[in-house]
Design a protein around this ligand. Structure first.
Ligand code: ATP
Ligand code: MG
Length: 335
C-alpha cells in the first residue's frame, strides 16, 4: 500500500515532504531557550543544595528527551538518596525555599498522582514542575533521547505526531487520551517495525548502561553514536512515515489482542500480559507497554468513549494523508 500511495495517490510527495520538514523545523526550540533552561536549573541547584547538600537535580521529560517543542515547560526531578522521606514534607519545605527566593506562582501539589511543586521564574519566563525521587522517569527520558540520536526521522515523526495530537485535542490524559510519552513510544515502536527497520531495539542488545531503580533493572545499549547508519537501508521519508503511522493506528493495529512493546521491539499479545479484562479503572483498549515498568499499560487512561475519539482521529488523519489536497494544513486544523 505504501508504494501505491506514493505512485498513485500522492504525486505531490516531494512538496509534502518539504512541508512536513519545515513544520518540524519551526517546532525545534531555539538555542537561547535551552540556555535559559540551563540557567534556571543552575539557580534551582544552588537553592536546593543549601537545604539538602546531598541531593541532585535532573531534567526529565520533553526538555531532556529531545522531543520538546519550543516554549515547553521544564520537568525537574529532585533526587534525595533517602527512600524513607516524607514527600509532602519535602515538597512543602521546597516550596518555602523557592518562594523566599522570589520565584513566582509557587505551589506545592502534595495530593497529585505525582506530587510536585510548580513555579515560574520571572527572569527567564520559564515554568517548571519539580517532583521527588521519580528516577524511572529520568531513565526513560534517557532511553527516548538515545533513540532520537540514532535516526533523525524519529524526531521528525514524533514532532509531527505530537503537534497533531495537541491540535486535535487528543493529548490530554485527564480526558482519557494519550500522554506525549505514549505517543513517542508509539513512534519508536513504529520505526522498529519498518521493513527494513529504521530503529533497533536497544533493550534487546548488549547492555552498556544499567541501573536499578525501585528494584527494577533498567539496562540497554546506549552507545548510539555507533548506530547512526542503522536505518540507512530504509529510504522512507517523513511524509511516507507520517502516512504509515496513521495508517497503522487507523487500519493496521489489532486493538483486540495486541500490545506494542518498545522493550522487545515487537508486538506482543494481551493474553501474555494478562491485559484482557478491565481491572478497577484500568482498561486495556489500546495497549502500550512501558519499557521499564512492564506491568504498566500507558493506554490504561483510555476509556470506552475516548478510544472511539482516538480511533476516529487516527482514521481522519490517515484519510487526510491519503486523499486531501493539502494534508499539512488539514491535519492540524483545530478540532
Ligand atoms: P510535553 O511536550 O507534552 O510536555 P513530555 O515529554 O514532557 O511532553 P509528558 O507526557 O508530560 O511528556 O511526560 C513527562 C515525562 O514523564 C516523560 O518523558 C516520562 O519520562 C515521564 N512519564 C510521563 N508519563 C509517564 C507514565 N505514565 N509512566 C512513566 N513515566 C511517565
Ligand atoms: Mg512535560
Amino acid at each position: 500500500r505504501n508504494l501505491k500511495w506514493q505512485m498513485e495517490c500522492r504525486s505531490d510527495i516531494y512538496r509534502l515532504n518539504a512541508q512536513f520538514l519545515s513544520i518540524y523545523e519551526s517546532l525545534i526550540p531555539p538555542e537561547e531557550e535551552k540556555a535559559k533552561q540551563k540557567q534556571l536549573l543552575t539557580l534551582l541547584e544552588k537553592l536546593v543544595c543549601k537545604e539538602w547538600p546531598e541531593a541532585r537535580l535532573y531534567l526529565y521529560g520533553s526538555c531532556a528527551n529531545s522531543f520538546g517543542v519550543s516554549k515547553s515547560d521544564i520537568d525537574v526531578c529532585l533526587a534525595i538518596g533517602d527512600a524513607d522521606i516524607n514527600k509532602s514534607e519535602v515538597l512543602l519545605k521546597l516550596a518555602d525555599i523557592l518562594q523566599s527566593d522570589n520565584l513566582q506562582n509557587v505551589q506545592a501539589l502534595t495530593r497529585a498522582r505525582v506530587p510536585i511543586v510548580k513555579l515560574m521564574d520571572p527572569v527567564t519566563g520559564i515554568s517548571c514542575d519539580i517532583c521527588i525521587n521519580n528516577l524511572l522517569a529520568v531513565v526513560n527520558t534517557k532511553l527516548l533521547r538515545d533513540y532520537a540520536g540514532i535516526d533523525v526521522r524519529l524526531r521528525q515523526l514524533a514532532f509531527i505526531v505530537k503537534h497533531w495530537a495537541k491540535s486535535r485535542g487528543v493529548n490530554e490524559t485527564y480526558q482519557g487520551t494519550l500522554s506525549s510519552y505514549a505517543y513517542v513510544l508509539m513512534c519508536i515502536h513504529f520505526l522498529q517495525q519498518r521493513k527494513p527497520a529504521i530503529l533497533p531495539c536497544l533493550q534487546g542488545m548488549r547492555a552498556t548502561y544499567s541501573v536499578t531503580v525501585d528494584d527494577k533493572k533498567c539496562a540497554f545499549f546506549d552507545q548510539v553514536e555507533n548506530l547512526c547508519d542503522f536505518g540507512n537501508r530504509n529510504r522512507e521519508t517523513i511524509a511516507q512515515l507520517v502516512w504509515g503511522f496513521f495508517n497503522y493506528w487507523a487500519y493496521g493495529h489489532d486493538y483486540t489482542s495486541s500490545v506494542i512493546s518498545v522493550r522487545t521491539g515487537s508486538v506482543i499479545s494481551k493474553l501474555e500480559k494478562d491485559w484482557t479484562r478491565r481491572v478497577g479503572n484500568d482498561r486495556h483498549l489500546i495497549c502500550i507497554e512501558d519499557p521499564f515498568e512492564t506491568s504498566h499499560d500507558l493506554g490504561r487512561v483510555v476509556d470506552k468513549f475516548s478510544i472511539k475519539v482516538l480511533r476516529e482521529e487516527f482514521e481522519r488523519a490517515a484519510d487526510i494523508m491519503h486523499f486531501a489536497p493539502n494534508p499539512c494544513v488539514k491535519l492540524f486544523e483545530p478540532y
